[in-house]
Design a protein around this ligand. Sequence first.
Ligand code: BTN
Length: 277
Amino acid sequence: MTKVPEPGTLLNIDRIRHELNQTMFGGHIHAFNQVSSTNDVAKQLAKQGAPEGTLVVAEQQTRGRGRYSRKWSSPPFVGLWFSFVLRPKVHGENVGLVALLSSVAVAELLCESTAQVTLKWPNDVLVQGRKVCGVLGETDFHGARLSHVVLGIGLNVNQTADMFLPHLADRVISLRMAKGEIIDREQLLMNLLVRIEELYSDFSAGRFDKIVGAWKARCGQLYQQVQVREGECRHIGHIVSIDDYGRLVLRLAGGQLLTTHSTDLVPFGGEQSPSRE
Ligand code: BTN
């Protein structure tokens, strides 16, 4: 049986490099003890021409960030903080689905060993209703042509409850807290990258329905009534799906469908829709 490394142990990047050498992520791994943000490093490498699959992993981030430039706490030894470069050959509009496929990959993998794993729009992964993982996607276009996407994943793995800020206590969780055991971060990272590559090859082959289906199967908000804000407009509807462009699909009261990229969304009323897609 493989011994699970104690928390406080550095990720063994040589092992990761060796075991992933046949995969798209094995060939270009940049590992750091500390960086400001793995997304920033990966973006810089991508701009310098780094190939698809370039992976940046850090033990610790000093300026880890989430969506809306929120701070992402990234202490050493206890989490997985990594980013990778993709160069999808698809229309720019489909690129929204790429960030979603990463959270789907995380959710599917966690589900194999953890109870109560759900997805929350746009790409949070929750365990027991608390956030365990976030994805930050950043795109770069040359004119109308998509140049690259950098996806950054932050996964809370071995934190104990006291390592989170008190005001977040009931909203965040680590896998260790959920499962009551220390998790092997290296194995988790490798399994995750393999799963991401599988879903990414579905994406690249245009099998968007597989990603949409997997997202719907894991979404904890499906058929919930929500209010979505798009600029000055507010819409109330039930979440029924995502589309091939990675947009949220709502069924409005009149029955018509609304697709939106908006992430400004709150529960509304709490009723369940009787009709399912
Ligand atoms: C979110 O939920 O708002 C997204 C959080 C993304 C955090 C990860 S950690 C690795 C990568 N580097 C960053 O600075 N952010 C992402």
